[in-house]
Design a protein around this ligand. Structure first.
Ligand SMILES: Nc1ncnc2c1ncn2[C@@H]1O[C@H](COP(=O)(O)OP(=O)(O)OP(=O)(O)O)[C@@H](O)[C@H]1O
Ligand SMILES: [Mg+2]
Length: 320
């Protein structure tokens, strides 16, 4: 495991591609041509929280990039810093944090203007008593410019409702404790609709599929992939244990452990990276499960388990 852990940021192929991406977006000509798109790069991000013993690091040296029309999946065990990375990129870190590093959009360090970015946080609140239609219409009214005619706002809201497959639930209440309403998956889709209203160039999603079964997760993520391509959005999403099918939808993978980047690069190349470091993915294991199990902090137990599973006829320790 040490070999893998010591490899922070030494995934050369991804590192090189990231550097090229940063250089490319920093070129003025590209910035002019691609102004309607968002190339996002982040370099050496450090985040620490104030504690009784001073500052405690929760994100360390995070570096990566995201391109238009593509999705970056941020994965890692609970508490590894996924939401913190998204909060940093969105400029929404809590006040008890200290941070440093460089975040550039199209090669420039600047404040995000209206409609450039949307961020669906992990605990997005919806009003239980409103229907889907009311929720999205009111959001359109509040978020879209005053100068936009009401009919256009409604049209946009209706289109997004259709795109997220909520047309059959428009008159259903959101619901919550004691109020019957939408399913968990439908609620997540309503939250995504709200973020999509402004047609953001950069979309950050924190666990859009949490609490959903694998079929519902695939439906939600597949819709996001379609919209990412259609609107040429740059999308980053934190995700917990995606199924193999959902994992296959992502272009790039950012794998975090204890606030450090274990792997950043194309999703398809992660298998090779783990194999080269001595942790090949067993045929029967889903790649996402394998990566999470391997980088989980309880290394010794995981390692022993993997050895057994790779070796037919070997009994698991807890069964012997
Ligand atoms: N503002 C804060 N104040 C104190 N601790 C924080 C703060 N923000 C994050 N942390 C801590 O930093 C660590 C990383 O948190 P973060 O929410 O980024 O993890 P995560 O990977 O998103 O976890 P999960 O998968 O459970 O959502 C956690 O231990 C969390 O308690
Ligand atoms: Mg989180």
């Amino acid at each position: 495991m040490d070999g893998l852990i010591n490899n922070h940021g030494i995934n050369l192929q991804a590192h090189e591609e990231g550097k090229q991406c940063i250089e490319m977006v920093e070129s003025e000509s590209l910035v002019m041509k691609k102004r309607s798109r968002a190339y996002l790069t982040w370099e050496k991000l450090e985040v620490a929280i104030s504690s009784s013993d001073g500052f405690q690091s929760i994100l360390s040296g995070a570096t990566g990039y995201a391109k238009p029309g593509k999705i970056v999946a941020i994965m890692g065990p609970s508490g590894c810093g996924k939401s913190t990375l998204l909060d940093s990129l969105a400029g929404q870190l809590a006040s008890n944090t200290r941070n440093s590093g460089r975040i550039l959009i199209n090669g420039r360090k600047r404040r995000l203007t209206y409609g450039t970015m949307a961020y669906m946080t992990q605990e997005q609140a919806l009003t239980w008593t409103l229907t889907v239609k009311e929720t999205i219409y009111y959001s359109a009214e509040l978020q879209l410019p005053k100068s936009m005619p009401k009919s256009e706002k409604r049209e946009r809201a209706d289109r997004i409702i259709r795109e997220m497959g909520l047309q059959d639930s428009v008159n259903t209440r959101i619901g919550g404790w004691g109020i019957k309403g939408l399913s968990g998956g439908q609620k997540r889709r309503v939250s995504i609709c709200i973020q999509l209203l402004t047609h953001p160039k950069l979309l950050l999603l924190d666990e859009p599929t949490s609490g959903l079964d694998s079929a519902a997760s695939y439906y939600v993520m597949n819709q996001i992939v379609k919209l990412t391509r259609q609107y040429n959005m740059t999308v980053l999403t934190a995700i917990h244990q995606p199924s193999t099918r959902v994992f296959g939808l992502f272009n790039n993978l950012c794998l975090l452990s204890l606030g450090k980047t274990i792997y950043f690069g194309p999703t398809f190349a992660a298998n090779q990276f783990f194999a080269v470091n001595g942790f090949p993915c067993p045929d029967v294991e889903s790649p996402a499960d394998h990566y999470l199990m391997t980088i989980n902090t309880d290394f010794n137990e995981v390692r022993a388990r993997f050895k057994c599973e790779l070796n037919f006829g070997c009994e698991r320790e807890d069964e012997s």
